[in-house]
Design a protein around this ligand. Structure first.
Ligand code: AMP
Ligand code: ZN
Length: 145
């Protein structure tokens, strides 16, 4: 996981500059709240980023409207990726904070076409706590919602 996050001031971060047209991008879609463009890193062909138009560092700084708008755009982009690239799989990834794997601190979601042996891996250290522990976690979250 990358441990460096670009925390440039709002308006000067790499995606704000891209949105302002100050640096080039291969645009896919723009609307009131979102912008979609090709990831310069192209983990697989057709790899798209969908970002908020307004600078919000992470998911927690987006409004519900912006978060919903990003997912609406992701939905459309996913259909377009399927039509244009026909991958046998598709993974969405959204990272928050250095420990969450985020490297650009401007909220965005990856739409990644997937193929056999595409080299992408993600370890998932599954645990199975007892039902009482799950119930306690759920109660804490219900209280926080
Ligand atoms: P994350 O690690 O989830 O924060 O992802 C940041 C992504 O932004 C990486 O996949 C980079 O390849 C991508 N990226 C960085 N700069 C640019 C840029 N100028 N245009 C397009 N994608 C970029
Ligand atoms: Zn920004």
């Amino acid at each position: 996981m990358p441990m460096f996050v670009d925390h440039s001031p709002p308006g000067q971060c790499i995606f704000c500059r891209l949105i302002a047209g100050e640096i080039p991008a291969a645009l896919v879609h723009e609307d009131e709240h979102t912008i979609a463009f090709m990831d310069i890193g192209q983990v697989t062909p057709g790899h798209v980023l969908v970002a908020t138009r307004r600078h919000a560092a992470t998911l927690l700084e987006t409004t519900p409207e912006e978060a919903a708008a990003v997912m609406r755009t992701v939905h459309g982009v996913a259909q377009a990726v399927q039509a244009a690239f026909d991958p046998p799989g598709l993974t969405l990834l959204q990272a928050n904070g250095a420990l969450g794997g985020q490297t650009v601190a401007h909220f965005h979601m990856h739409v990644v076409p997937r193929h056999a042996q595409d080299g992408i891996s993600f370890t998932w250290p599954r645990q199975e706590p007892p039902p009482a522990v799950l119930a306690d976690y759920a109660a804490r979250l219900r209280a926080a919602l």
